[in-house]
Design a binder for this molecule. Structure first.
Ligand code: ADP
Ligand code: ZN
Ligand code: ZN
Length: 726
């Protein structure tokens, strides 16, 4: 008898799988990674085969059989990885497994559908009908014209996008003017080209040395390497060469990039080098495209995957290289459950596949700096100098002068005269960050969260934590006064200021409001690139790895906004942001200038960033971390409880704390519970575990939380665990 051990794809924490099912003969080749539809209690659920066995500990009459097997499952070697993520980040097996399954498995049986799309073909009679179109409706005529212009065949989707629906096509079909059909396809996402064209370059000596070391590791036992290269030093060329070497050896490659706003540039460089051997995986792709890209990797047609953190789970067999570009970027940590860190997943995958993990950055994390072998690219390509950075002390300034220092205004004026290009980073989005009544001091806060509402120019007051919106007030509901004070400047307000100051130069805004629509970020970056002069203003998105050779000015409006976060990584973040933005300037022949406005000109993060001195910053930062016992000298696990009833919450938090005190291994300690600000109508408490031995501490926390999750009193509370909390 064959037994499949199945982990059901349900997220209930209290459920302990896997469960045994009997596999009848006709099920054919079911293996680890196969997705089955199985009876589960009175329901049917999807489940993943995590193991096969000869016999079960249950008597045969108690074993159910699966209903059916889905066509595509996960590669067996990734099942272990998914379960590892679940364990390591205190999540459930289902959540871990979903990461490695074909996209869309959990939501439906979507992936069974054949990969085809509807197409429309004009018949031989169509041209004549267009000659005398009297009997045709407006949309029918338009459809025929579009078909003619496209050389007789189009996808229905393209016609639908032009407002020509299925009924119109059916009418044309009945008249014998078009044929409707299906076509097998691979929906390749259009390669988005932006940034410098990817001509082959001759690697310089430092790049060659880095590539040689990486390739030696691929040929050897793999390992982990840090590629520390200043901005514009040609790291991407090193990744390209490493991926090429992997392919030559019959191995695959994964290239992780921080965010979707960054993917187009990286992707187009990989695309033009490797063509169809590259697949891209990210959440902004249409569902069908994502599935197709996944399958192209799964069947080996594509051997390189480029994408953000979820691409760490790309189904590539025989992995040779896995790159984490801009490894310092916080977006590698997933925000929701499972709160995995793609950089840790990369290390794990590399270790399992005997591949090499390459972490690249101009501003590496302290962890990588002290743990990994370093490959250095100390200079920009072509020996261009790093731009000069001026720190502007903003202390003692009157808020009414606005967010720009006189020196910044002057630099913008100069940019206007020279008709140059500049990038301006402002950390917050919206118009003004804080609205209050001048008479009585009332502050507009979110009804569900304890935070100020942010005023947006067109859409009113927003809560940036829960999405709550209100119409902007005309008067104060408390005292009736109509004099309201707006404080703090977000990206919208700075955009307006720049429009006034730099006119007629165009200003492009890039933040998550302006880039909401799919591909909008790409359009914005493209317009900025194509413009002969202008300003790009926005949040941290503008500091990412864009490579625009003609940017001559970079400005940081509020360099210390991140520094004020109550987080031990605040220094590291600030250093990275300022240094990265500085790196956007002066990549071309015209040189560059960088202005950093700050209330903390003496802070180590700002001083070292201004001096482009990563080594100096990291040495000091590691010293500080060692003294305070912060990572990498310890591991942090955050446990958060949220609930509506404050009394219950308090009791539960105390109980959890007591549980941790009993269970944590030696060398680990729990801190708290400490209150956190109310979010979405729920009070919150957090406990922090600081541990020397991460695995032992994670295991203890997992046990305590799993036990708590089944306890009655804790039913209405939400518990979330964040291992290596950021
Ligand atoms: P980084 O990722 O380190 O910021 P990139 O790899 O984006 O740097 O390189 C910056 C620019 O320099 C790109 O336009 C790239 O094509 C170009 N480049 C990289 N290496 C070389 C080289 N060896 N010779 C000439 N140009 C190069
Ligand atoms: Zn008032
Ligand atoms: Zn809110």
């Amino acid at each position: 008898m064959s037994i499949a051990k199945v982990e059901p794809l349900t997220t209930a924490r209290a459920l302990r799988g896997p469960f045994d099912y009997r596999l009848p003969e006709h099920f054919g080749d079911v293996g680890v990674g196969t997705v089955l539809l199985v009876p589960f209690g009175s329901r049917r659920v999807f489940g993943v085969v995590v193991d096969l066995a000869e016999r079960s500990s249950l008597p045969p009459e108690r074993l159910a059989e699966p209903v059916e097997a889905l066509e595509a499952g996960a590669p067996p070697e990734l099942i272990g990885l998914g379960l590892w993520v679940a364990r390591e980040y205190c999540s459930t097996p289902a959540r871990g497994l979903e990461l490695v399954l074909p996209p869309g498995t959990a939501s439906a049986r979507g992936q069974i559908r054949a990969r085809s799309e509807s197409v429309v073909e004009a018949t031989a009679r169509a041209p004549a009908a267009l000659e005398s179109p009297a009997g045709l409706g407006r949309r029918q005529r338009r459809a025929l014209e579009m078909l003619r212009d496209a050389g007789c065949e189009l996808r229905s989707a393209d016609l639908a996008a032009a407002g020509i629906g299925r009924e119109v096509l059916r009418r044309l079909e009945r008249r014998g003017l078009v044929r409707l059909g299906e076509r097998q396809t691979q929906r390749r996402p259009a390669a988005a080209r932006i940034g410098a064209p990817a001509a082959r370059v001759r690697l310089d000596a430092a790049q060659r040395a880095a590539v040689e070391r990486i390739v030696a590791a691929v040929d050897g036992d793999g390992g982990e390497l840090l590629l520390h290269g200043v901005t514009g030093s040609g790291k991407t060329e090193v990744y390209l060469a490493a991926a090429e070497a992997a392919l030559e050896r019959g191995r695959g490659a994964i290239v992780l990039v921080p965010e979707i706003a960054m993917t187009p540039q990286a992707l187009s460089r990989f695309d033009s080098r490797f063509g169809d051997r590259v697949a891209v995986l990210h959440s902004r792709l249409a569902a069908g495209q994502r599935r197709d890209e996944w399958h192209r990797l799964r069947c080996g047609e594509a051997r390189i995957c480029v994408g953000p953190r979820s691409a760490a789970f790309a189904p590539i067999s025989g992995l040779g290289v896995i790159v984490c570009d801009e490894e310092h970027d916080p977006s590698y940590k997933q925000d929701g459950d499972p709160r995995y860190d793609a950089r840790e997943v990369a290390r794990r995958r590399a270790a399992e596949a005997g591949a090499v993990a390459v972490f690249g950055s101009a501003t590496p994390r302290p962890e990588s700096w002290c743990e990994l072998e370093r490959l250095e690219l100390p200079r920009r390509v072509d020996g261009r100098p790093l731009p000069e950075v001026e720190v502007i002390d903003m202390r003692g300034r009157d808020g009414r002068e606005g967010p720009l220092a006189p020196r910044t205004r002057a630099a913008l004026g100069e940019l206007r005269e020279r008709e140059g290009k500049g990038i301006v980073m402002v950390n917050r989005r919206g118009w003004s960050l804080h609205l209050s009544c001048r008479e009585c001091g009332r502050v507009w806060r979110c009804v569900d969260c304890d935070v100020s509402l942010v005023l947006h120019r067109e859409s009113g007051l927003h809560c940036h934590h829960c999405g709550h919106r209100e119409r902007p007030p005309e008067s104060c509901p408390a005292c009736g006064s109509t004099t309201l004070a707006r404080a703090g400047s977000g990206s919208e307000r700075v955009e307006r200021l720049l429009e006034e100051l730099a006119a007629p130069l165009p200003v492009f805004r890039l933040d998550s409001d302006s880039a909401k629509r799919r591909d909008a970020h790409l359009e914005i970056l493209r317009e900025f690139e194509a413009a002969p002069s202008g300003l790009l203003v926005g949040t941290q998105m503008v500091a990412k790895g864009h490579d625009f050779p003609d940017v001559v000015l970079a400005v940081v409006i509020d360099a210390d906004a991140t520094l004020r976060f109550p987080d031990f990584r605040a220094e590291e973040r600030t250093f990275a942001l300022v240094a990265q933005l500085a790196g956007r300037s002066g990549r071309g022949e015209r040189g560059g200038r960088v202005l950093v406005q700050t209330l903390a000109p003496g802070a180590a993060a700002i001083r070292h960033a201004a001096a482009h001195d990563a080594a100096g910053f990291l040495a000091g930062e590691l010293e500080r971390r060692r003294e305070l016992g912060y990572p990498p000298f310890s591991h942090l696990i955050r446990v958060e409880l949220a609930g509506v009833d404050p009394e219950r919450l308090r009791a539960a938090a105390e109980r959890l704390r007591a549980g941790l005190d009993r269970s944590l291994p030696a060398g680990a300690a729990a801190l708290g519970p400490a209150p956190r600000f109310r979010l979405r109508g729920r009070e919150r408490r957090q406990l922090l575990v600081k541990a020397g031995d991460r695995a032992a501490a994670v295991a203890a926390v997992r046990d305590v939380v799993d036990t708590a999750a089944t306890a009655r009193e804790l039913r209405e509370l939400r518990i979330s665990v964040d291992v290596d909390a950021q």
